[in-house]
Write a protein that binds this ligand. Structure first.
Ligand SMILES: C[S@@+](CC[C@H](N)C(=O)[O-])C[C@H]1O[C@@H](n2cnc3c(N)ncnc32)[C@H](O)[C@@H]1O
Length: 311
């Protein structure tokens, strides 16, 4: 794929209907030979729309108007390129817990949660958030995570979590204002509710920070899993991580996770974690596949706003 193709695919698959500002910007970048030539000076993994737009937002640049965005990027390219080289897209979306909850609540309790690719660890608190599935509320407090659930009943209660730990190649700290500012910059411009949710979830995580280790999801997983209490159900889980992992390492991870005790919950792009057979995805944009121990169960929207069960 050329860089122009990547920006067009982002506009069509991810931004359309979800972020008009980013759809406009990505289509404008895809047509702009000068911006494309600058992006092509970066390593392929660093040319992504989310990374460019996040770095511009972090610096206070304009993302509403493609002409102003273009002028800003051209005037500051060396700083922007330097930031894009050292940063990665690490969007941490507590809302994804709403899609995971029916699976987590149905496993033998209590749980020992181990998240790989945890970012700042906000998905490690499914027992502390509140959920609204239509008119059904589960739990209380803030944030309240809304999810349109189809094909499965909402869980009666939240899971019981007695241990939580995360691994990430670059763990973020929600009590550090600089890390929180980067997580905020990664949220798409129109998504004010997600920005509020980030603050509320960061307050939950910050009041009882998780065990969050710098490490790789293959090399460092067995040692961390061995620290989980034996009298709880170990759940190794991940959400929107494997697209960042090279294919050979994905295979090494899936082979490894099958050898661990407990359960494996994946919420991933099926292009990164394929399944033998899947029904057609629901209409309305990009969906991940939620799977338990390798068995696909549901299509889930990218930020946990909907989950459609098919198994
Ligand atoms: C898009 S974020 C998703 C964060 C979180 N799972 C969520 O759903 O909100 C992907 C995370 O995976 C991490 N990651 C990428 N490759 C990894 C690897 N090989 N081992 C551990 N973490 C990795 C990144 O640093 C990033 O924080």
């Amino acid at each position: 794929m050329t860089t122009a193709d990547i920006y067009l695919a982002f506009a069509d698959r991810e931004a359309r209907g979800v972020s008009p500002a980013y759809e406009r910007l990505s289509r404008a970048v895809a047509r702009d030979e000068e911006l494309l030539a600058l992006l092509d000076t970066l390593p392929p993994a660093k040319r992504q729309p989310n990374l460019l737009f996040g770095v511009v937002r972090l610096g206070g640049g304009p993302v509403d108007d493609p002409a102003a965005f273009r002028a800003y990027v051209l005037a500051r390219w060396p700083e922007i390129a330097a930031q894009m080289r050292v940063r990665a897209t690490q969007t941490n979306e507590a809302g994804r817990c709403a899609a995971l909850l029916p699976v987590l609540a149905a496993l033998p309790q209590p749980l020992a949660l181990l998240e790989v690719g945890a970012s700042a660890g906000l998905c490690l608190y499914p027992d502390r958030y509140a959920y609204r599935y239509g008119d059904r509320l589960v739990g209380d407090g803030e944030p309240v995570l809304d999810c349109v659930l189809t094909g499965v009943a909402p869980p009666a209660r939240r899971p019981e979590v007695v241990w939580r730990a995360g691994l990430d190649v670059n763990p973020l700290d929600v009590t550090d204002p600089a890390d929180l500012a980067w997580l905020d910059a990664l949220i798409w411009p129109e998504h004010r509710h997600r920005r509020e949710r980030l603050r509320a979830a960061a307050a939950v995580a910050g009041s009882d920070p998780p065990l969050l280790l710098r490490g790789d999801l293959v090399d460092d997983l067995p040692a961390l899993a061995a620290r989980a209490p034996a009298d709880a159900t170990l759940v190794v889980f991940h959400s929107s991580v494997l697209y960042q992992v090279p294919p050979a390492r994905r295979s090494a991870f899936t082979a490894l996770v099958g050898t661990l005790p407990g359960h494996w919950v994946a919420n991933e792009d099926p292009a990164a974690l394929p399944h033998a057979t899947l029904p057609e995805p629901p209409a309305g944009g990009f969906h991940n596949v939620l799977a338990l121990d390798g068995r696909p169960l549901a299509w889930t929207r990218g930020h946990g706003q909907a989950a459609t069960w098919f198994a």
